[in-house]
Design a binder for this molecule. Structure first.
Ligand code: KIV
Length: 273
């Protein structure tokens, strides 16, 4: 990415300034070709640690490593000219101390050239976010359903159903909203609460399973394209069934190979005379 190219990308500050305006369009991307396809349609592309499940067949995001995130962050950066690119900090790379978070966030920014990092956590991570942002690292927060906490949360389930959960999310939104984060992802959270939090905090909320009330929306691209079919959360809208189309194309190819209908002359080299 040239210096001129990076200047054309939407910056975290521009995303921050979109609060209350036109909805912010976000999707995940993990590879160069997919980033190229999505870039012109999006404001923000997230190299999410969901790649552990979507690309690598892991059972959760807990096993994703910093090196994996950096490799995919670099790949996405090669395909983007317009969108703000955010790379997820994986489990274990930021929770222990704010100094560890700083060192790993610096690695992500320096080695990928991305615009910001994302980390999961509410009031317990607000001090770390403030530490990073005060030292030049733009941070996207992530509250509500936090997939990296699957083992302590006892599974993936929407939140905001009990008085305790409502009180916790209010505290989380206030703490992360005031921490210096340029925006906050709210995942799997009941509509009334997502609406209340969007009105309450000064930075944009990016919803995933958190209703139309948020300032922007994000989905895992492979979910909305029908490429990842292991499990489809109720909040996903399918815009295509690419998984079925890939299967049909592979079946047609296999039939052609077995019947010797492929390759034909047009796919075959002849010796030049
Ligand atoms: O990892 C990811 O893709 C995410 C989005 C679902 C927000 O965190």
């Amino acid at each position: 990415m040239s210096a001129a190219g990076s200047l054309k990308r939407l910056t975290p500050s521009r995303i921050r300034a979109m609060k209350g305006g036109a909805p912010i369009v976000c999707l995940t991307a993990y590879t160069t070709p997919m980033a190229r396809l999505l870039d012109e349609h999006c404001d923000l592309l997230l190299v999410g640690d969901s790649l552990g499940m979507v690309l690598y067949g892991m059972e959760s995001t807990v096993s994703v490593t910093l090196d994996m995130m950096i490799a995919h962050g670099k790949a996405v950066m090669r395909g983007v000219t317009r969108s703000c690119v955010v790379v997820d900090m994986p489990f274990g790379s930021y929770q222990e101390t704010r100094e560890l978070a700083y060192r790993n966030a610096v690695r992500i920014l320096q080695e990928t050239g991305c615009d910001a990092v994302k980390l999961e956590g509410g009031e317990e991570m607000a001090e770390t976010i403030a530490f990073l942002t005060a030292r030049g690292i733009p941070v996207l927060g992530h509250i509500g359903l936090m997939p990296q906490q699957v083992h302590t949360a006892g599974g993936y389930r929407s939140v905001g159903h009990s008085d305790e959960e409502v009180a916790k999310i209010r505290r989380d939104a206030e703490a992360v909203g005031n921490s210096g984060a340029f925006a906050v992802v709210i995942e799997g959270t009941v509509e009334t609460l997502a609406r209340e939090m969007t009105a309450a905090i000064a930075v944009p909320t990016i919803g995933i399973g958190a209703s139309v009330a948020c300032d922007g929306q994000i989905l895992v691209s492979d979910d909305m394209l029908g490429l990842f079919n292991d499990f489809t959360p109720r909040f996903v809208k399918r815009y295509d069934e690419l998984g079925k189309r890939v299967g049909a194309a592979a079946a047609a190819y296999a039939g052609d190979v077995r019947s010797r209908a492929f390759p034909t002359k047009e796919h075959t080299f002849k010796r030049r005379s």
